[in-house]
Design a protein around this ligand. Structure first.
Ligand SMILES: [Ca+2]
Ligand SMILES: [Ca+2]
Ligand SMILES: [Ca+2]
Ligand SMILES: [Ca+2]
Length: 312
């Protein structure tokens, strides 16, 4: 009996050791077929109790397997572009970002704490006096989330800030502008919400991409139009919840059949000054710093958790 226990223990040690190197990836888990996510800014349809540990980074910035994201000030990089917007703690900016997938799309639920929310905290001249978006700027202009995608998973080109020729590599962001407009300017027609004067989106954007859908014109509009987003600002304005649905095939080689390179940054404008936390821990837009994300289906979100399986 003792020998059997020793054997079982050794078996576990071997299993744990041998699986370690293989566990260095972001685990994007499939939703159970019973789960339907509606993009309405309400996370109540997400099976949050099914999630396990967050994807973290060790001291060498190697990824530790996890199925969602948090801002870890120990390893994430705080970049404020040398202005005076200094990080003041979790009431300043904190976030838990859940991910998941089904046969049609990739989903994100971004739950954020931020005690300075409003156009008065965003980039100057984002809106005009009547609350219409000006189109003066897109991208890094308000609170929100940014995704870094290496869809062919080759960590090339080395720096997409300088080399924006690969159609597979891009950044994509979603800001809270449309939700703030609905809140602060209730008379604005829904048709005008989130749109610039020439009818392109101001609260979601594709950039740093070699593909045509980064052209600022019709194709970019049509591509962004397929990406559903919904943001609800907390009643006390100390945070917001954002849901995003990106259909498979929206970007070249963006599908669950193969891993992609991935990272996130959380953008926080306070008092008119920019900052962001970069999950992967370095400030440069180097694809080599992204981490592998795999789309797994063996432990579905909202299905029966492995921890509840009966062993005997
Ligand atoms: Ca929802
Ligand atoms: Ca803040
Ligand atoms: Ca690439
Ligand atoms: Ca803010």
């Amino acid at each position: 009996m003792k020998n059997l226990q020793t054997f079982c223990f050794l078996l576990l040690v071997v299993a744990a050791t041998s699986s370690f190197a293989q566990d260095r990836f972001i685990d994007c888990r499939k939703f159970d077929s019973s789960i339907t996510i509606v993009i309405d800014g309400d996370g109540g349809d997400w099976p949050l109790t099914s999630y396990g540990s967050p994807a973290l980074l060790d001291s060498d910035l190697n990824v530790i397997r996890g199925d969602h994201f948090i801002i870890d000030p120990e390893t994430a990089n705080y970049d404020n572009q040398d202005n005076t917007n200094a990080y003041e703690g979790p009431e300043d900016i904190d976030a838990t970002t859940y991910i998941g997938w089904d046969d049609e799309a990739f989903f994100v639920l971004n739950i954020v704490t931020d005690d300075k929310i409003g156009f008065e905290h965003a980039n100057a001249d984002t809106i005009d006096a009547d609350g219409y978006l000006t189109g003066a700027s897109t991208g890094w202009t308000n609170d929100g989330i940014e995704f870094w995608l290496d869809n062919d998973n080759n960590r090339e080109p080395p720096n997409i800030q300088d080399d924006q020729t690969s159609p597979n590599d891009l950044q994509f962001n979603v800001l809270i502008d449309d939700a703030l407009q609905r809140l602060d300017y209730p008379d604005i027609d829904e048709f005008d919400i989130g749109m610039t004067p020439n009818y392109t989106f101001q609260y979601k954007e594709i950039f740093r991409c070699g593909a045509d859908f980064n052209d600022g014109g019709d194709l970019e509009y049509e591509t962004l139009d397929t990406i559903e987003t919904a943001t609800i600002i907390d009643e006390d304005r100390k945070g917001y919840t954002m849901e995003i649905r990106i259909p498979w095939g929206t970007f070249y080689e963006f599908n669950p059949d193969a891993p992609i390179g991935f990272s996130i940054s959380w953008t926080d404008w306070d008092d008119g000054e920019f900052s962001h936390w970069i999950w992967h821990g370095t400030v440069d837009a180097q694809t080599s710093d992204y981490k592998e994300m795999r789309f797994t289906s063996d432990n579905p979100l909202g299905g029966v958790s492995i921890s509840t399986w009966s062993i005997y």
